[in-house]
Design a protein around this ligand. Structure first.
Ligand code: 13P
Length: 266
């Protein structure tokens, strides 16, 4: 059984003070809704797992507030090397050092700035080797969708990201299917269409790493997820949660998304 995961990607928003305030409020809002948050990746039936990924500068402040709670901390990127002369970069061990359990890798906003499949592959391997759980983002651009290339694009991205990963590490990994045209636009894939593409992603994983891995990997939907549309997504059999951008910046809205996921999860 896959425990649903609801992940917040703050992108480049919030100061340390705002992050600490948010963390406090999120825990209050979850308690008020009596949400059963799992502290582990694989929880009890009925539980949901939750991770918040702030900018690097707010990891310490948010981590301090979330420490001892079941809500996990994650980062939005990392470098594949363990240490070295890489100005401006952050290593996996540094993320572990500030309490991260997850790291988002290969987000389309980074791919648009030049991050390649090969770089994502190196990052996924380094993250897994260090004991971080990668949240690997894949998804097609609008022109690729129009050209009928959705399947080819996501298959290529998934294959590259999981190449060189052992079965155990691969089974712990998370994939987020985020159609690029649905990010920050208010437009979103229909739950049925997202379920179809996520099913294809699972098939790809099955061919690459075997049925057991494909069955274990949590695959999320991302792109304009809100409290009032998350339910039908997580009710789909292949969709194991959501990666939330804009709506995750408000602690109350994010807590409501988590509650709706808990109630509607398949
Ligand atoms: P929005 O939820 O703002 O569309 O962003 C999605 C996203 O990019 C999460 O990684």
């Amino acid at each position: 059984m896959r425990t649903p995961l609801i992940a917040a990607n703050w992108k480049m928003y919030k100061t340390t003070a705002e992050a600490a305030q948010y963390g406090k409020q999120l825990l209050e809002e979850l308690a008020a809704r009596q949400v059963a948050v799992s502290a582990a990746e694989r929880g009890e039936p009925g539980q949901v797992a939750v991770v918040v990924c702030p900018p690097f500068t707010a990891l310490g402040a948010l981590g301090g507030v979330l420490a001892g709670s079941p809500v996990a901390l994650g980062a939005q990127n990392m470098h594949w090397e363990a240490a070295g002369a890489y100005t401006g970069e952050i290593a996996a061990t540094m993320l572990l050092d500030v309490g991260c359990r997850y790291v988002i890798l290969g987000h389309s906003e980074r791919r648009q700035m030049g991050e390649t499949d090969e770089q994502v592959q190196r990052k996924v391997q380094a993250a897994a080797a260090a004991g971080l759980i990668p949240i690997v983002c894949v998804g097609e651009r609008i022109e690729e969708r129009r050209a009928g290339e959705t399947e080819a694009v996501v298959t290529r991205q998934v294959r590259a990201a999981f190449t060189g990963l052992g079965a155990e590490a691969a089974a712990r990994a998370v994939i987020a299917y985020e159609p690029v045209w649905a990010i920050g636009t208010g437009e979103y894939a229909s739950p049925e269409e997202a379920n179809r593409v996520i099913g294809l992603i699972r098939d790809t994983l099955g061919r690459q790493l075997g049925a057991e891995v494909a069955d274990a990997v949590r695959i999320l939907y991302g792109g304009s997820v809100k409290p009032d549309n998350v339910g039908p997504f997580v009710a789909q059999p292949e969709i194991d949660g959501a990666l939330v951008g804009g709506a995750s910046l408000d602690a109350k809205a994010f807590a409501e998304i988590i509650k709706q996921a808990e109630v509607n999860a398949a």
